[in-house]
Design a protein around this ligand. Structure first.
Ligand code: DGJ
Length: 732
């Protein structure tokens, strides 16, 4: 790993064993991009890579060289230049002009990685990463731009973010701030996005890149179920096992834009950042603005490799604290078992049965506070309801602990019901435009987390509930989108800052809770998986993946989630059948075989199972306890796509390749076809692996495939709809 500055050619080369990223100072002083891809040898001068065959007939920026930015690849393109593509930033000045011209001023290179104040970001020590900060300045207005980069030693990853500093004496308004721009020299790519809606989150969709713009976005306040802030561009032939691809993940949990601009000369520009429609940030003289981080990963070995890079990066350089790389407790959550209709006794009955099954953690979901018997009331009143919890959270936690289980509970701190003491006392703490009726969502308003006093008040209430109770886990929910975003604590001029400040408020509350209770395992949630993003993982190492707990649908949702997020982050539970959302009944073994490629838990009353099913649950928990470290932190491979076949198969392999687990799922059985043969991945070619009473070499399993036929004595019964198995491989 190194970052080299070639003074003469004014070029930077960031490289490690796998990738190179090269950029330079263009003839007009602005930064241009030269190369991003597999590692290439370093040399003094790569300027020739900027060459493009086309001629600019419209505008030139440096007349003596006939230089037009339109024909070069840009590092951080501005509005109003001779680059006519989608721009990365736009600043507005006192005279209403919107044209900047920030030129290279200086740079610094150092070992390690700087923290981003108040924002989540990947981290690394001095041996693990190197950083570069390039400072640019607009000579007229003294707007300074700091383009920050890190390169990781062991991962094909570059991170980028940007800081704006107003070193002039006039006010400057930032209208658009993307965090990263990747300008590629050709357009032979497909675009992959992970889109959906409530209960069908992160479904992969691929489309060919054609001339023009492609984008996904959220303007819902959170990152959203509709489009995830993670995209891939891949070569058309690239698949899970081979080929070139670039992934970009936004380490941010609010409104975002991810776009590809394919120009008519063949350049492909990728942009990712805060959504400009909900952003307008005035910078007084001397003030700064720091944009969130974007992670950019590269592979030439296919999408499994790209996903593994994100998994490893997030597990090792994003998740913090006690739960970093630690197997997750097997929990029972009461939501689908009781909804809000429970008493302490009924909860303890469910918890006792969970203990008998072997679970380790009991989670009390929504309904324990205020006048919360349905979703019309109570949000904002974070005080125990004495009818349900007569001795408060402390007593319930103690009683659950006495059963031999850890204890955790649910909160939704960003919200308030109109029918709540909090709203009656502070109606101005909810977002609403003066004189207009704000929209309700699930009968609730959104609290104005852009205001410190609101965040601090909620923190104090939560602190009182947690303090003194033995709390091991918290589920932080967020059940509506942001609308009517207007802060009554903010002057009109600064209303364009509120959406971003709201997200900063969410991060601040997380940070305060983590500082006070560092051992609590947080699980983020937003009507299921509506805020499943890299920003959240910095605070909450796992995220409730979806409110759709139907095993069959979960295969699709978890498969899609695995492209950008580690298995350790995927909250997955076994729930009752017929499923609450789909009405479908799939066997309990299938539900568990899907959930074990996740954080694993149950969301039903185990007292209601038949004896036979309860025995199965006990066995599932024994299995999960034995293998969860491997399942959650092993090297994960997608093998057979449920979007392309009637099956699903995926696997994990241990770092030393001595152990592997393969999950195989028949979604829809077919009769009288060819043998089911699955080619495995990631094994040691020369090792012999035992599967039940059979043994196979790694190369055999990866090239010829594993034959899932009763005749070969494996005897896995996966020939019916929704049948499944987990196959254990142990090397000799
Ligand atoms: C939505 C979550 O996704 C559910 O798991 C549950 O916690 C409910 N909210 C509670 O209101």
């Amino acid at each position: 790993m190194n970052i080299i500055w070639h003074e003469k050619a004014k070029q930077f080369h960031l490289y490690n064993d796998e990738i190179s990223y090269i950029m330079y100072v263009q003839p007009n002083g602005e930064m241009g991009q030269l190369y991003f891809g597999s590692r290439i040898h370093d040399k003094e001068d790569f300027t020739y890579l900027s060459h493009r065959g086309a001629k600019s007939m419209v505008a030139v920026d440096a007349p003596e060289e006939n230089f037009s930015m339109e024909l070069n690849r840009q590092e951080y393109p501005r509005f109003g230049s001779t680059d006519f593509g989608a721009h990365a930033f736009e600043a507005e000045y006192a005279d209403a002009s919107r044209v900047s011209n920030c030129r290279y001023l200086s740079h610094k290179i150092f070992a390690g990685k700087e923290k981003l104040d108040g924002l989540p970001a990947t981290y690394a020590d001095e041996a693990q990463a190197m950083a570069l900060v390039v400072t640019m300045e607009d000579p007229l207005t003294k707007l300074n731009l700091e383009l920050s980069y890190s390169i990781f030693r062991d991962l094909p990853v570059i991170t980028r973010n940007v800081r704006f500093i107003n070193r002039g004496d006039q006010k400057i308004i930032l209208n658009r701030v993307m965090s990263a721009c990747i300008d590629l020299p050709d357009q032979d790519y497909e675009w992959m996005q992970f889109s959906g809606a409530w209960a069908r989150e992160r479904i992969p969709a691929t489309r060919k890149i054609e001339r023009g713009m492609i984008s996904v976005e959220s303007k819902r306040g959170g990152s959203s179920a509709n489009h995830n802030p993670f995209i891939i561009v891949k070569r058309p032939h690239a698949d899970d096992f081979a080929g070139e691809a670039i992934g970009m993940s936004f380490v941010y949990s609010g409104n975002f834009l991810a776009a590809a601009d394919a120009d008519t000369y063949g350049r492909l520009r990728l942009l990712m950042g805060i959504h400009p429609d909900t952003f307008r940030w005035p910078l007084e003289a001397g003030a700064e603005f720091t944009a969130p981080e974007v992670v950019v990963a590269y592979t030439d070995k296919g999408l499994n490799d790209l996903s593994q890079t994100f998994h490893s990066l997030f597990n090792n350089h994003l998740v913090r604290g006690k739960w970093k790389n630690k197997a997750r407790p097997i929990l029972l959550n009461n939501w689908e078992a009781t909804f809000m209709d429970f008493t302490q006794d009924s909860i303890l009955k469910i918890a006792a049965k969970a203990k008998e099954a072997g679970a380790e953690l009991f989670v009390l979901d929504d309904g324990w506070f205020g006048k919360r018997d349905d979703d019309y009331a109570g949000l904002g009143d974070w005080v125990e309801n004495p009818d349900k919890l007569p001795g408060g959270m402390k007593e319930l936690a103690r009683k659950v602990n006495e059963l031999g289980l850890e204890f955790g509970f649910w909160i939704e701190p960003e919200m308030v019901n109109p029918d709540s003491d909090l709203y009656r006392a502070h109606p101005d703490w909810a977002f609403a435009v003066p004189g207009r009726e704000p929209a309700l969502g699930r009968h609730q308003y959104v609290l104005d987390f852009s205001r410190d006093e609101v965040v601090d008040y909620i923190y104090d209430m939560l602190y009182k509930v947690i303090d003194g109770a033995n709390i091991s886990y918290m589920k932080w929910d967020m059940n509506r989108a942001l609308t009517d975003v207007y802060s009554k604590g903010t002057e009109p001029e600064l209303q364009g800052c509120v959406s971003h400040k709201y997200v900063l408020g969410v991060y601040r509350l997380y940070e305060k809770l983590i500082a006070a209770f560092p051992d609590i395992l947080f699980e983020s949630c937003s009507s299921g998986g509506s805020r499943f993003d890299a920003g959240m993982l910095y605070y909450a190492p796992q995220a409730w993946c979806s409110d759709n707990t139907d095993g069959a649908d979960r295969v699709l949702i978890q498969y899609g989630s695995s492209y950008g997020y580690p298995i350790s982050s995927i909250g997955a539970h076994v729930s009752a059948v017929p499923n609450q959302q789909t009405g479908r009944s799939v066997p309990i073994q299938f539900r568990a075989d899907v959930a074990c490629f996740g954080t694993f838990g149950y969301e039903l009353d185990l007292n209601e199972l038949s004896d036979g099913e309860f025995e199965q649950v006990k066995e599932q928990i024994v299995f999960m306890k034995k293998y969860r470290q491997l399942l959650q932190f092993g090297r994960f491979y997608r093998l057979v796509s449920p979007f392309e076949t009637d099956m699903n198969a995926w696997m994990v392999v241990s770092e030393d390749k001595k152990q592997a687990l393969v999950g195989v799922y028949t979604m829809r059985a077919s009769v009288n076809g060819l043998d089911g043969r699955i080619r495995l991945a990631g094994l040691d070619e020369d090792k012999r692996y035992h599967i039940n009473t059979c043994a196979y070499y790694g190369d055999e399993l990866m090239r010829a495939g594993l034959l899932l036929d009763a005749k070969n004595a494996l005897n896995y019964k996966i020939y019916q709809d929704y049948s499944s198995c987990i196959i254990c491989l142990n090397a000799e």
